[in-house]
Design a protein around this ligand. Structure first.
Ligand code: GLC
Length: 553
Protein backbone atom coordinates (compact mmCIF):
# COMPACT_ATOMS: atom_id res chain seq x y z
CA UNK A 1 0.00 0.00 0.00
CA UNK A 2 1.17 3.54 -0.67
CA UNK A 3 1.84 5.90 2.23
CA UNK A 4 -0.75 8.64 1.85
CA UNK A 5 -0.63 12.06 3.48
CA UNK A 6 -3.45 12.66 5.92
CA UNK A 7 -5.23 15.82 4.79
CA UNK A 8 -6.39 16.75 8.29
CA UNK A 9 -5.33 20.30 9.17
CA UNK A 10 -5.69 19.95 12.93
CA UNK A 11 -2.63 18.35 14.54
CA UNK A 12 -0.87 20.75 16.83
CA UNK A 13 -4.03 22.52 17.84
CA UNK A 14 -4.90 21.99 21.55
CA UNK A 15 -8.48 21.48 20.43
CA UNK A 16 -7.53 18.71 18.01
CA UNK A 17 -9.75 16.25 19.83
CA UNK A 18 -12.86 18.35 19.20
CA UNK A 19 -12.34 18.14 15.46
CA UNK A 20 -11.00 14.65 15.22
CA UNK A 21 -12.49 11.46 13.80
CA UNK A 22 -11.90 8.24 15.72
CA UNK A 23 -11.48 4.73 14.36
CA UNK A 24 -12.04 2.05 16.98
CA UNK A 25 -9.92 -1.07 16.51
CA UNK A 26 -10.84 -4.28 18.27
CA UNK A 27 -7.29 -5.56 18.28
CA UNK A 28 -7.95 -9.31 18.24
CA UNK A 29 -9.91 -8.96 15.04
CA UNK A 30 -8.22 -6.29 12.97
CA UNK A 31 -5.22 -7.87 11.28
CA UNK A 32 -3.12 -10.89 12.24
CA UNK A 33 0.49 -10.31 11.26
CA UNK A 34 2.11 -13.12 13.30
CA UNK A 35 0.06 -16.03 12.00
CA UNK A 36 -1.84 -17.24 15.08
CA UNK A 37 -5.38 -16.34 13.99
CA UNK A 38 -5.54 -13.40 16.42
CA UNK A 39 -5.01 -9.74 15.51
CA UNK A 40 -1.95 -8.02 16.94
CA UNK A 41 -0.03 -4.75 17.25
CA UNK A 42 2.14 -5.46 14.22
CA UNK A 43 -1.11 -5.99 12.30
CA UNK A 44 -2.28 -2.51 13.26
CA UNK A 45 1.04 -1.02 12.16
CA UNK A 46 0.69 -2.74 8.79
CA UNK A 47 -2.79 -1.33 8.27
CA UNK A 48 -2.24 2.25 9.44
CA UNK A 49 -1.99 3.52 5.88
CA UNK A 50 -5.48 2.22 5.23
CA UNK A 51 -6.79 4.42 8.05
CA UNK A 52 -4.70 7.44 7.10
CA UNK A 53 -5.89 7.13 3.54
CA UNK A 54 -9.50 7.12 4.71
CA UNK A 55 -8.73 10.36 6.55
CA UNK A 56 -9.10 9.15 10.15
CA UNK A 57 -6.92 11.04 12.55
CA UNK A 58 -7.33 9.11 15.80
CA UNK A 59 -7.09 5.40 16.51
CA UNK A 60 -8.55 3.88 19.68
CA UNK A 61 -7.26 0.37 20.29
CA UNK A 62 -8.90 -2.10 22.68
CA UNK A 63 -6.74 -3.23 25.67
CA UNK A 64 -3.51 -5.12 25.03
CA UNK A 65 -1.79 -5.26 28.42
CA UNK A 66 -1.26 -8.53 30.31
CA UNK A 67 -4.52 -10.31 30.89
CA UNK A 68 -5.92 -13.84 31.31
CA UNK A 69 -8.19 -12.73 28.41
CA UNK A 70 -11.36 -13.90 30.05
CA UNK A 71 -12.89 -10.59 28.96
CA UNK A 72 -10.33 -10.21 26.15
CA UNK A 73 -8.16 -7.61 27.83
CA UNK A 74 -10.76 -5.84 29.95
CA UNK A 75 -9.49 -8.02 32.79
CA UNK A 76 -5.95 -6.84 33.44
CA UNK A 77 -3.34 -8.72 35.41
CA UNK A 78 -0.50 -6.25 34.79
CA UNK A 79 -1.05 -2.69 33.62
CA UNK A 80 2.52 -2.04 32.60
CA UNK A 81 3.38 -4.85 30.22
CA UNK A 82 2.02 -6.01 26.91
CA UNK A 83 0.27 -9.33 26.43
CA UNK A 84 2.60 -11.60 24.42
CA UNK A 85 -0.14 -12.58 21.97
CA UNK A 86 -0.35 -8.96 20.82
CA UNK A 87 3.33 -7.97 20.88
CA UNK A 88 5.79 -6.44 23.32
CA UNK A 89 6.82 -3.01 24.59
CA UNK A 90 9.28 -2.17 21.80
CA UNK A 91 6.55 -3.01 19.29
CA UNK A 92 4.08 -0.80 21.13
CA UNK A 93 6.63 2.03 21.06
CA UNK A 94 6.99 1.48 17.35
CA UNK A 95 3.22 1.67 16.98
CA UNK A 96 3.12 5.06 18.72
CA UNK A 97 5.90 6.28 16.51
CA UNK A 98 4.24 4.99 13.34
CA UNK A 99 0.95 6.60 14.31
CA UNK A 100 2.57 9.93 15.11
CA UNK A 101 4.66 9.89 11.96
CA UNK A 102 1.39 9.85 10.03
CA UNK A 103 0.19 12.86 12.04
CA UNK A 104 -2.33 10.65 13.73
CA UNK A 105 -3.21 10.13 17.42
CA UNK A 106 -3.50 7.06 19.58
CA UNK A 107 -6.10 6.62 22.32
CA UNK A 108 -5.35 3.94 24.89
CA UNK A 109 -8.23 1.92 26.35
CA UNK A 110 -7.73 2.22 30.09
CA UNK A 111 -9.55 0.02 32.58
CA UNK A 112 -9.34 1.92 35.87
CA UNK A 113 -12.42 0.51 37.52
CA UNK A 114 -11.31 -3.08 38.01
CA UNK A 115 -8.48 -5.53 37.54
CA UNK A 116 -8.52 -9.22 36.79
CA UNK A 117 -8.90 -11.51 39.77
CA UNK A 118 -5.50 -12.84 38.64
CA UNK A 119 -3.78 -9.52 39.28
CA UNK A 120 -1.20 -9.85 42.09
CA UNK A 121 -2.91 -7.00 43.94
CA UNK A 122 -6.13 -8.96 44.08
CA UNK A 123 -4.49 -12.25 44.99
CA UNK A 124 -2.89 -10.52 47.93
CA UNK A 125 -6.04 -8.67 48.87
CA UNK A 126 -8.10 -11.88 48.80
CA UNK A 127 -5.58 -13.81 50.87
CA UNK A 128 -6.57 -12.43 54.29
CA UNK A 129 -8.31 -9.55 55.98
CA UNK A 130 -5.11 -7.93 57.23
CA UNK A 131 -2.58 -8.03 54.37
CA UNK A 132 -1.14 -4.72 53.05
CA UNK A 133 -3.60 -4.74 50.14
CA UNK A 134 -6.60 -5.93 52.18
CA UNK A 135 -8.45 -2.71 51.46
CA UNK A 136 -7.48 -2.29 47.80
CA UNK A 137 -10.73 -3.88 46.63
CA UNK A 138 -14.26 -3.71 47.95
CA UNK A 139 -14.89 -6.31 50.62
CA UNK A 140 -17.86 -6.51 52.96
CA UNK A 141 -19.21 -8.88 55.53
CA UNK A 142 -22.28 -10.75 54.44
CA UNK A 143 -25.65 -10.71 56.13
CA UNK A 144 -27.56 -13.39 58.00
CA UNK A 145 -26.40 -15.61 60.83
CA UNK A 146 -23.72 -17.32 58.81
CA UNK A 147 -22.80 -14.17 56.91
CA UNK A 148 -23.51 -15.89 53.60
CA UNK A 149 -26.13 -13.46 52.33
CA UNK A 150 -24.76 -10.59 50.15
CA UNK A 151 -24.39 -7.17 51.82
CA UNK A 152 -27.12 -5.66 49.63
CA UNK A 153 -29.25 -6.22 46.52
CA UNK A 154 -26.84 -4.71 43.96
CA UNK A 155 -26.70 -6.10 40.48
CA UNK A 156 -23.67 -5.73 38.25
CA UNK A 157 -23.95 -4.12 34.83
CA UNK A 158 -23.69 -7.52 33.22
CA UNK A 159 -26.91 -8.53 35.01
CA UNK A 160 -25.36 -10.91 37.57
CA UNK A 161 -25.30 -10.32 41.32
CA UNK A 162 -22.58 -7.83 42.17
CA UNK A 163 -21.19 -9.78 45.15
CA UNK A 164 -19.11 -12.96 45.23
CA UNK A 165 -18.33 -14.82 48.44
CA UNK A 166 -14.68 -15.59 49.16
CA UNK A 167 -14.36 -18.28 51.83
CA UNK A 168 -10.69 -17.28 52.47
CA UNK A 169 -11.79 -13.90 53.83
CA UNK A 170 -15.28 -15.03 54.81
CA UNK A 171 -16.42 -11.88 53.02
CA UNK A 172 -18.09 -10.74 49.85
CA UNK A 173 -16.22 -9.04 47.03
CA UNK A 174 -17.88 -6.44 44.81
CA UNK A 175 -17.72 -6.38 41.00
CA UNK A 176 -19.47 -3.86 38.75
CA UNK A 177 -19.17 -6.16 35.73
CA UNK A 178 -18.32 -9.87 35.85
CA UNK A 179 -17.22 -11.76 39.00
CA UNK A 180 -13.62 -12.16 37.78
CA UNK A 181 -13.25 -8.37 37.44
CA UNK A 182 -13.03 -7.09 41.04
CA UNK A 183 -13.53 -3.34 41.50
CA UNK A 184 -10.65 -1.35 42.91
CA UNK A 185 -11.40 0.68 46.01
CA UNK A 186 -10.76 4.30 45.06
CA UNK A 187 -11.54 5.45 48.59
CA UNK A 188 -8.13 4.04 49.45
CA UNK A 189 -5.57 6.77 48.54
CA UNK A 190 -2.90 4.14 47.77
CA UNK A 191 -5.09 2.70 45.03
CA UNK A 192 -5.67 6.10 43.51
CA UNK A 193 -1.94 6.84 43.50
CA UNK A 194 -1.08 3.46 42.00
CA UNK A 195 -3.58 3.95 39.20
CA UNK A 196 -2.59 7.56 38.57
CA UNK A 197 0.94 6.26 38.13
CA UNK A 198 -0.39 3.85 35.51
CA UNK A 199 -1.94 6.85 33.77
CA UNK A 200 1.40 8.68 33.88
CA UNK A 201 3.25 5.62 32.60
CA UNK A 202 1.23 5.49 29.39
CA UNK A 203 1.17 9.25 28.90
CA UNK A 204 4.92 9.17 29.18
CA UNK A 205 4.97 6.47 26.49
CA UNK A 206 3.29 9.00 24.23
CA UNK A 207 -0.37 8.02 24.09
CA UNK A 208 -2.61 10.94 23.14
CA UNK A 209 -5.33 10.12 25.60
CA UNK A 210 -7.55 7.47 27.11
CA UNK A 211 -10.87 5.84 26.56
CA UNK A 212 -11.94 5.18 30.14
CA UNK A 213 -13.66 1.85 30.45
CA UNK A 214 -16.84 1.73 32.58
CA UNK A 215 -15.90 4.98 34.37
CA UNK A 216 -19.50 5.18 35.59
CA UNK A 217 -18.65 2.44 38.10
CA UNK A 218 -15.56 4.00 39.66
CA UNK A 219 -17.29 4.76 43.02
CA UNK A 220 -20.12 3.17 44.95
CA UNK A 221 -22.36 4.51 47.68
CA UNK A 222 -20.23 4.34 50.88
CA UNK A 223 -23.22 3.19 52.89
CA UNK A 224 -24.00 0.44 50.38
CA UNK A 225 -27.68 1.35 50.29
CA UNK A 226 -30.01 -0.95 48.37
CA UNK A 227 -30.82 -0.08 44.79
CA UNK A 228 -34.42 0.87 43.98
CA UNK A 229 -36.49 -1.24 41.58
CA UNK A 230 -36.96 -0.46 37.91
CA UNK A 231 -39.46 -1.71 35.36
CA UNK A 232 -36.81 -2.79 32.88
CA UNK A 233 -35.33 -6.25 32.50
CA UNK A 234 -32.76 -5.54 29.79
CA UNK A 235 -30.21 -2.70 29.75
CA UNK A 236 -31.18 0.60 28.17
CA UNK A 237 -29.26 3.41 26.50
CA UNK A 238 -31.37 5.94 28.34
CA UNK A 239 -30.83 4.98 31.96
CA UNK A 240 -28.61 2.74 34.04
CA UNK A 241 -30.91 -0.15 34.81
CA UNK A 242 -30.82 -3.91 34.52
CA UNK A 243 -32.79 -6.88 35.77
CA UNK A 244 -35.58 -4.74 37.22
CA UNK A 245 -33.08 -2.67 39.18
CA UNK A 246 -31.98 0.96 38.93
CA UNK A 247 -28.21 0.92 39.51
CA UNK A 248 -28.39 4.24 41.32
CA UNK A 249 -26.19 3.36 44.28
CA UNK A 250 -23.38 1.43 42.63
CA UNK A 251 -22.86 3.74 39.64
CA UNK A 252 -22.55 7.49 38.97
CA UNK A 253 -21.79 8.80 42.45
CA UNK A 254 -20.87 12.42 43.20
CA UNK A 255 -17.29 11.25 43.87
CA UNK A 256 -17.15 9.81 40.35
CA UNK A 257 -17.43 13.30 38.89
CA UNK A 258 -14.85 14.64 41.35
CA UNK A 259 -12.56 11.83 40.30
CA UNK A 260 -12.84 12.99 36.68
CA UNK A 261 -11.48 16.39 37.73
CA UNK A 262 -8.57 14.73 39.58
CA UNK A 263 -7.78 12.61 36.56
CA UNK A 264 -7.85 15.73 34.42
CA UNK A 265 -5.14 17.26 36.61
CA UNK A 266 -2.92 14.21 36.35
CA UNK A 267 -3.42 14.07 32.59
CA UNK A 268 -2.67 17.77 32.21
CA UNK A 269 0.77 17.18 33.71
CA UNK A 270 1.45 16.06 30.13
CA UNK A 271 0.01 18.91 28.15
CA UNK A 272 2.25 19.16 25.16
CA UNK A 273 0.53 17.97 23.08
CA UNK A 274 -2.81 18.12 24.83
CA UNK A 275 -4.16 14.65 25.78
CA UNK A 276 -7.79 13.64 25.65
CA UNK A 277 -10.04 11.81 28.13
CA UNK A 278 -13.15 10.07 26.83
CA UNK A 279 -15.34 8.23 29.31
CA UNK A 280 -17.63 5.26 28.93
CA UNK A 281 -20.84 5.68 30.85
CA UNK A 282 -24.47 4.88 30.37
CA UNK A 283 -27.06 7.10 31.99
CA UNK A 284 -29.09 10.24 31.44
CA UNK A 285 -27.27 13.05 29.63
CA UNK A 286 -27.90 15.61 32.38
CA UNK A 287 -26.11 13.32 34.82
CA UNK A 288 -23.22 12.01 32.74
CA UNK A 289 -22.34 15.48 31.43
CA UNK A 290 -21.05 16.07 34.96
CA UNK A 291 -18.04 13.92 34.04
CA UNK A 292 -17.03 16.74 31.69
CA UNK A 293 -17.87 19.71 33.84
CA UNK A 294 -18.94 19.68 37.45
CA UNK A 295 -18.97 22.31 40.17
CA UNK A 296 -16.95 24.68 38.04
CA UNK A 297 -14.23 22.08 37.44
CA UNK A 298 -13.15 20.57 34.14
CA UNK A 299 -13.07 16.80 34.00
CA UNK A 300 -13.17 14.51 30.99
CA UNK A 301 -13.19 16.00 27.53
CA UNK A 302 -16.02 13.86 26.28
CA UNK A 303 -18.33 11.04 27.28
CA UNK A 304 -19.91 8.41 25.05
CA UNK A 305 -23.54 9.11 24.29
CA UNK A 306 -25.02 5.72 23.57
CA UNK A 307 -28.57 6.89 22.98
CA UNK A 308 -27.81 7.27 19.26
CA UNK A 309 -27.39 3.50 19.01
CA UNK A 310 -30.98 2.73 19.86
CA UNK A 311 -32.61 5.78 18.31
CA UNK A 312 -35.05 4.65 15.59
CA UNK A 313 -34.01 5.61 12.07
CA UNK A 314 -36.54 8.41 11.70
CA UNK A 315 -36.05 12.11 11.03
CA UNK A 316 -38.05 13.23 14.04
CA UNK A 317 -36.22 10.89 16.43
CA UNK A 318 -32.87 12.10 15.15
CA UNK A 319 -33.95 15.71 15.46
CA UNK A 320 -34.84 15.09 19.10
CA UNK A 321 -31.54 13.32 19.62
CA UNK A 322 -29.62 16.32 18.31
CA UNK A 323 -31.69 18.64 20.44
CA UNK A 324 -30.86 16.62 23.55
CA UNK A 325 -27.14 16.52 22.72
CA UNK A 326 -27.03 20.25 22.03
CA UNK A 327 -28.98 21.02 25.19
CA UNK A 328 -26.69 19.07 27.50
CA UNK A 329 -23.39 19.45 25.63
CA UNK A 330 -23.44 23.01 24.30
CA UNK A 331 -20.10 24.53 23.24
CA UNK A 332 -17.43 24.44 24.56
CA UNK A 333 -18.55 20.87 25.40
CA UNK A 334 -18.65 18.42 22.51
CA UNK A 335 -21.06 15.50 22.11
CA UNK A 336 -19.88 12.13 20.84
CA UNK A 337 -21.46 10.35 17.89
CA UNK A 338 -21.43 6.62 18.47
CA UNK A 339 -23.41 4.03 16.53
CA UNK A 340 -21.61 0.82 17.43
CA UNK A 341 -18.78 -0.66 19.42
CA UNK A 342 -17.35 -4.00 20.51
CA UNK A 343 -20.33 -4.62 22.82
CA UNK A 344 -23.17 -3.84 20.44
CA UNK A 345 -24.87 -4.94 17.26
CA UNK A 346 -23.29 -4.01 13.94
CA UNK A 347 -24.61 -0.86 12.28
CA UNK A 348 -25.50 -2.48 8.95
CA UNK A 349 -27.34 -5.32 10.68
CA UNK A 350 -29.38 -2.84 12.69
CA UNK A 351 -30.23 -1.07 9.43
CA UNK A 352 -31.50 -4.30 7.83
CA UNK A 353 -28.52 -4.48 5.46
CA UNK A 354 -29.53 -1.23 3.74
CA UNK A 355 -26.39 0.47 2.31
CA UNK A 356 -28.25 3.69 1.49
CA UNK A 357 -29.24 4.03 5.13
CA UNK A 358 -25.65 3.30 6.17
CA UNK A 359 -24.38 6.11 3.92
CA UNK A 360 -26.99 8.47 5.32
CA UNK A 361 -25.96 7.60 8.86
CA UNK A 362 -22.30 8.20 7.99
CA UNK A 363 -23.19 11.56 6.50
CA UNK A 364 -25.01 12.46 9.70
CA UNK A 365 -22.15 11.25 11.87
CA UNK A 366 -19.45 13.20 10.06
CA UNK A 367 -21.37 16.42 9.50
CA UNK A 368 -23.05 17.18 12.79
CA UNK A 369 -21.29 18.72 15.77
CA UNK A 370 -19.48 16.08 17.79
CA UNK A 371 -16.71 13.52 17.73
CA UNK A 372 -17.54 10.66 15.35
CA UNK A 373 -16.45 7.12 16.26
CA UNK A 374 -16.33 4.38 13.63
CA UNK A 375 -16.18 0.79 14.85
CA UNK A 376 -13.80 -1.18 12.59
CA UNK A 377 -15.58 -2.75 9.66
CA UNK A 378 -18.62 -0.49 9.80
CA UNK A 379 -17.06 1.53 6.98
CA UNK A 380 -17.56 -1.44 4.66
CA UNK A 381 -20.90 -2.52 6.14
CA UNK A 382 -19.47 -5.56 7.87
CA UNK A 383 -22.42 -7.54 9.23
CA UNK A 384 -23.13 -9.18 12.56
CA UNK A 385 -22.21 -12.87 12.38
CA UNK A 386 -24.73 -15.08 14.12
CA UNK A 387 -22.96 -17.31 16.65
CA UNK A 388 -25.12 -19.34 19.02
CA UNK A 389 -24.90 -18.28 22.64
CA UNK A 390 -23.66 -21.70 23.66
CA UNK A 391 -20.64 -21.38 21.36
CA UNK A 392 -19.74 -17.93 22.62
CA UNK A 393 -16.16 -17.25 23.70
CA UNK A 394 -17.38 -13.97 25.17
CA UNK A 395 -17.67 -14.07 28.96
CA UNK A 396 -21.03 -12.33 28.82
CA UNK A 397 -22.35 -15.02 26.48
CA UNK A 398 -21.00 -17.72 28.82
CA UNK A 399 -22.79 -16.14 31.71
CA UNK A 400 -26.08 -16.05 29.82
CA UNK A 401 -25.95 -19.57 28.37
CA UNK A 402 -29.26 -20.32 30.06
CA UNK A 403 -31.15 -17.79 27.93
CA UNK A 404 -33.11 -19.66 25.22
CA UNK A 405 -31.60 -19.02 21.79
CA UNK A 406 -34.96 -18.10 20.23
CA UNK A 407 -35.21 -15.14 22.61
CA UNK A 408 -31.70 -14.04 21.74
CA UNK A 409 -32.53 -14.29 18.03
CA UNK A 410 -35.53 -12.03 18.45
CA UNK A 411 -33.63 -9.30 20.19
CA UNK A 412 -32.32 -6.27 18.29
CA UNK A 413 -29.22 -6.29 20.42
CA UNK A 414 -26.56 -8.94 20.86
CA UNK A 415 -25.93 -10.98 23.97
CA UNK A 416 -23.01 -12.89 22.54
CA UNK A 417 -20.52 -10.11 21.81
CA UNK A 418 -18.47 -12.43 19.58
CA UNK A 419 -21.08 -11.55 16.96
CA UNK A 420 -19.77 -8.01 16.52
CA UNK A 421 -16.10 -8.89 17.00
CA UNK A 422 -15.47 -11.11 14.00
CA UNK A 423 -12.36 -10.66 11.82
CA UNK A 424 -12.01 -7.65 9.57
CA UNK A 425 -12.79 -8.40 5.94
CA UNK A 426 -9.84 -7.21 3.92
CA UNK A 427 -10.13 -9.10 0.65
CA UNK A 428 -11.41 -12.26 -1.09
CA UNK A 429 -8.64 -14.57 0.09
CA UNK A 430 -9.69 -17.64 2.12
CA UNK A 431 -9.58 -15.92 5.53
CA UNK A 432 -10.65 -12.59 4.04
CA UNK A 433 -7.03 -11.50 4.30
CA UNK A 434 -7.32 -11.24 8.09
CA UNK A 435 -4.88 -14.06 8.68
CA UNK A 436 -2.99 -16.56 6.55
CA UNK A 437 -5.01 -19.50 5.15
CA UNK A 438 -2.96 -22.00 7.13
CA UNK A 439 -4.49 -20.89 10.42
CA UNK A 440 -8.04 -20.68 11.75
CA UNK A 441 -9.21 -17.18 12.72
CA UNK A 442 -10.21 -16.96 16.39
CA UNK A 443 -13.81 -16.20 15.42
CA UNK A 444 -15.70 -17.18 12.27
CA UNK A 445 -15.76 -14.82 9.30
CA UNK A 446 -18.87 -13.22 7.89
CA UNK A 447 -20.02 -15.63 5.18
CA UNK A 448 -20.44 -12.94 2.54
CA UNK A 449 -16.85 -11.75 2.78
CA UNK A 450 -16.30 -12.27 -0.95
CA UNK A 451 -18.90 -9.59 -1.65
CA UNK A 452 -18.11 -7.33 1.31
CA UNK A 453 -14.44 -6.51 1.76
CA UNK A 454 -12.04 -3.59 1.66
CA UNK A 455 -10.33 -4.55 -1.60
CA UNK A 456 -13.58 -4.86 -3.51
CA UNK A 457 -15.07 -1.65 -2.15
CA UNK A 458 -11.86 0.29 -2.76
CA UNK A 459 -12.25 -0.21 -6.47
CA UNK A 460 -15.95 0.67 -6.55
CA UNK A 461 -16.42 4.46 -6.60
CA UNK A 462 -19.96 4.13 -5.24
CA UNK A 463 -19.18 1.78 -2.38
CA UNK A 464 -19.88 2.54 1.26
CA UNK A 465 -16.13 2.62 1.89
CA UNK A 466 -15.55 5.28 -0.75
CA UNK A 467 -18.43 7.29 0.63
CA UNK A 468 -16.73 7.22 4.06
CA UNK A 469 -13.52 8.37 2.42
CA UNK A 470 -15.27 11.28 0.71
CA UNK A 471 -17.29 12.44 3.69
CA UNK A 472 -14.31 12.25 6.08
CA UNK A 473 -12.20 14.26 3.66
CA UNK A 474 -14.96 16.84 3.34
CA UNK A 475 -15.15 17.10 7.12
CA UNK A 476 -11.37 17.36 7.52
CA UNK A 477 -11.09 20.16 4.99
CA UNK A 478 -14.21 22.12 5.96
CA UNK A 479 -13.98 24.17 9.18
CA UNK A 480 -17.77 24.63 9.21
CA UNK A 481 -18.07 20.87 9.62
CA UNK A 482 -15.20 20.15 11.99
CA UNK A 483 -15.50 23.15 14.25
CA UNK A 484 -18.39 25.28 13.11
CA UNK A 485 -21.52 26.15 15.01
CA UNK A 486 -24.54 23.98 14.56
CA UNK A 487 -28.14 24.97 14.38
CA UNK A 488 -31.00 22.58 13.85
CA UNK A 489 -33.02 23.84 10.88
CA UNK A 490 -36.38 23.54 12.58
CA UNK A 491 -38.01 25.40 9.70
CA UNK A 492 -37.01 22.63 7.30
CA UNK A 493 -37.20 19.54 9.50
CA UNK A 494 -40.30 17.43 9.07
CA UNK A 495 -41.37 13.80 9.35
CA UNK A 496 -39.12 12.81 6.48
CA UNK A 497 -36.26 15.27 6.55
CA UNK A 498 -33.70 16.12 9.17
CA UNK A 499 -31.79 19.32 8.45
CA UNK A 500 -29.19 21.44 10.20
CA UNK A 501 -26.85 24.29 9.40
CA UNK A 502 -23.13 24.42 10.06
CA UNK A 503 -21.45 27.80 10.10
CA UNK A 504 -17.87 28.98 10.40
CA UNK A 505 -17.04 32.63 9.74
CA UNK A 506 -18.91 33.58 6.60
CA UNK A 507 -19.20 30.00 5.38
CA UNK A 508 -22.52 28.34 5.88
CA UNK A 509 -23.61 24.86 4.91
CA UNK A 510 -26.93 23.06 5.12
CA UNK A 511 -27.07 19.33 5.76
CA UNK A 512 -30.24 17.71 4.44
CA UNK A 513 -31.06 14.11 5.28
CA UNK A 514 -34.07 12.47 3.70
CA UNK A 515 -34.65 9.65 6.14
CA UNK A 516 -37.72 8.38 4.30
CA UNK A 517 -38.22 5.93 1.48
CA UNK A 518 -39.87 8.44 -0.79
CA UNK A 519 -38.34 11.27 -2.80
CA UNK A 520 -38.89 14.79 -1.40
CA UNK A 521 -38.54 18.30 -2.73
CA UNK A 522 -35.16 19.89 -1.97
CA UNK A 523 -36.16 22.27 0.81
CA UNK A 524 -33.36 24.80 0.23
CA UNK A 525 -33.38 24.70 -3.54
CA UNK A 526 -29.72 25.54 -3.74
CA UNK A 527 -27.51 23.94 -6.30
CA UNK A 528 -23.96 23.80 -4.93
CA UNK A 529 -23.80 20.28 -3.61
CA UNK A 530 -20.66 19.62 -1.53
CA UNK A 531 -21.46 15.93 -1.21
CA UNK A 532 -24.38 13.58 -1.70
CA UNK A 533 -24.90 9.99 -0.67
CA UNK A 534 -26.33 9.39 -4.13
CA UNK A 535 -24.71 9.29 -7.52
CA UNK A 536 -26.29 11.80 -9.88
CA UNK A 537 -28.11 13.81 -7.21
CA UNK A 538 -30.80 16.08 -8.68
CA UNK A 539 -30.87 19.73 -7.66
CA UNK A 540 -34.57 20.00 -6.94
CA UNK A 541 -35.29 16.83 -5.08
CA UNK A 542 -33.76 14.44 -2.65
CA UNK A 543 -34.02 10.80 -3.58
CA UNK A 544 -35.22 8.19 -1.06
CA UNK A 545 -32.65 8.01 1.76
CA UNK A 546 -30.51 10.64 0.13
CA UNK A 547 -28.40 12.91 2.29
CA UNK A 548 -26.46 15.88 1.01
CA UNK A 549 -24.49 18.88 2.12
CA UNK A 550 -25.08 22.11 0.23
CA UNK A 551 -23.04 25.30 0.37
CA UNK A 552 -25.21 28.28 1.16
CA UNK A 553 -22.48 30.91 1.14
C1 GLC B 1 -16.93 -2.02 29.07
C2 GLC B 1 -16.34 -2.62 27.81
C3 GLC B 1 -16.70 -4.08 27.76
C4 GLC B 1 -16.13 -4.77 28.96
C5 GLC B 1 -16.62 -4.11 30.24
C6 GLC B 1 -15.85 -4.58 31.44
O1 GLC B 1 -18.30 -1.92 29.01
O2 GLC B 1 -16.79 -1.90 26.70
O3 GLC B 1 -16.27 -4.69 26.58
O4 GLC B 1 -16.49 -6.12 28.95
O5 GLC B 1 -16.50 -2.71 30.21
O6 GLC B 1 -14.55 -4.06 31.42
Amino acid sequence: MKSPANPSPIRSDPNWWKKTTVYHIYLRSFYDANGDGIGDIQGVIERLDYLADLGYETVWISPFTQSPQRDFGYDISDYLSISAQYGDMPLFEKLVQEIHSRKMKIVFDLVLNHTSDEHDWFKESASSRDNPKADWYIWKDGKGRDGRRPPNNWRAMAGNRAWTYYPGRKQFNYTAFLPFQPDLNYRNPEVKQAMFDVVRFWLYKGVDGFRLDIISAIYEDPELRHNPPSLRLTPSDKALTIFFQNLKNNFLQTESFEFAAELRKVTDEFDNPKRVLIGESHGEEELIRRFCHDNGKRGLDAIFLFKAISTPFKAENYRQLLETFEKHFPPPLVPTLVFANHDRNRVISRLGGNIEKAKLLALFQFTCRGIPFTYYGDEIGMPRVRIPLKQGQDALAMQHRWVPQFLVDRSKEILNRDECRTPMLWDEKPNAGFCSDSVKPWLPLAENFREINVAKQSSDPYSLLNFYRRVIRLRNTTPALNEGQMEIANDICNKKVLAYYRTFGNKRLAVLLNMSESAVKNPVGHDEIAISTHHGAETHRLQPFEGRVVRLQ
